[in-house]
Structures are given as C-alpha cells and as structure tokens.
Write a protein that binds this ligand. Structure first.
Ligand SMILES: CC(C)(COP(=O)(O)OP(=O)(O)OC[C@H]1O[C@@H](n2cnc3c(N)ncnc32)[C@H](O)[C@@H]1OP(=O)(O)O)[C@@H](O)C(=O)NCCC(=O)NCCS
Length: 167
C-alpha cells in the first residue's frame, strides 16, 4: 500500500499488541484533554493482553493502515454496537475514524439492522455527532475506582436487504 494511502482491512490476531499500544496512546495523549491522569490510567492502564486479544477477536474488528503504519482500529459487536474506535495521535483529523465507521455501518446494514449504538467518550462526542449519532443519555461509569463521564449514543440507519457475508 502506498505510504500516503488509507486502507481498511480485517483485524488479525497478530494485530493484538499494536492495537493495544495504539489504544493506550490514544487515551493518554488524545483523550488527555478531557479526563484527569487518574481517570486515564483507570481507562487504559495495566491492560490484560489476553483479555484484549479475545475481545477484539470475538467482535468484528477492522484496522486502518496509513501505508504500512497502523493509524486506527474499530470494533463492532453482534448488536450493532461500536465498542472501540481509536485513532493514533499522529493520524487525528484525517478521516481515519470516519472511514472505519463507514465500514462498520456497511456491516450493520448487511446484517439487516437499522440502528447503531456506541458509548462515546467526551473526546469522541464531536466525532460521533458529526457522523450522525445523537445522544441518548449522558452517563457516569465507574472504572477501577474512578468515575468517567461518557455518552450513550445512537444512529438510525435506513434499512436495506441483507446481502453478502456478515463482516
Ligand atoms: C474520536 C476519534 C476516534 C476521532 O478520530 P479521527 O480520525 O480524528 O476523526 P475524523 O478525522 O474521521 O473526524 C471526522 C469529523 O468528526 C469531527 N471531529 C473529530 N474530532 C473532532 C474534535 N476533536 N473536535 C471537533 N470535531 C471533531 C469533525 O467534524 C471531523 O471532520 P473535519 O476534520 O473535516 O472537521 C479520535 O479523536 C480518538 O481516537 N480519540 C481518542 C480516543 C477516544 O476517545 N476514542 C473513542 C472512545 S469512545
């Protein structure tokens, strides 16, 4: 893939370490503008690598490659819920998350579903709003003794006939 081209491909088990590293950097460096250091560590510190790998493998997960560099990744569960959406600090505001979201939306439509949901961080709220999601409710979740504010969001999709493979 050319060095300046964005490509999306399915997640492979060997992507586990690089996606975990990207997740931790995206939280610590990008979400740092919206959460305290203690909240960031509760969110992304001390992750269990096996639990991480299992979680990404059992969902539909895609990685975004900028040339040969991992630029982001996203995962979608069986209920049309975007579980993960993370872009590296170096690739912010270049359309990486938008491209991943389009891929996920296509998979949701192919399943014959007409609604997507997510739980957006304060940092991701403007992104999901810009891509057609609406806030269902603001919530506070407890993680390792810290309370983090996020937003349950949804996007209604026009229904189409299911086609092709699931994801
Ligand atoms: C949220 C996140 C995934 C967005 O990724 P991205 O690749 O930078 O997003 P895109 O470039 O596709 O943005 C598309 C549009 O969303 C909106 N948007 C994205 N980030 C924004 C921001 N920080 N402020 C305002 N609008 C924003 C803009 O309308 C943008 O279009 P534009 O750049 O042409 O103005 C990324 O910032 C990230 O990884 N954040 C830290 C981790 C995190 O909180 N992840 C979500 C967990 S729920």
């Amino acid at each position: 893939m050319p060095g300046n081209a964005l490509g999306i491909r399915d997640y492979r088990p060997r992507d586990a370490d690089s996606t975990l590293a990207l997740f931790q950097r995206a939280v610590r460096e990008v979400a740092a503008r919206d959460y305290t250091p203690a909240q960031l560590e509760a969110w992304a510190g001390d992750m269990d690598q096996r639990v991480w790998a299992h979680s990404l493998e059992r969902q539909c997960t895609w990685v975004a490659m900028w040339g040969s560099t991992l630029a982001g990744f996203a995962s979608l569960n069986d209920h049309g819920h975007i579980d993960m959406m993370f872009v590296s600090p170096e690739h912010q505001r270049r359309g990486v998350a938008s491209t991943l979201l389009m891929t996920a939306e296509q998979a949701v439509r192919q399943r014959g579903m007409n609604r997507m949901t997510t739980e957006a961080s304060l940092t991701a709220l403007p992104f999901f709003k810009a891509r057609g999601f609406e806030v269902v409710k603001a919530q506070e979740i407890e993680r390792r003794g810290q309370v983090l504010r996020n937003f349950r969001m949804q996007k209604c999709l026009k229904k189409i006939k299911p086609v092709g493979k699931r994801c």
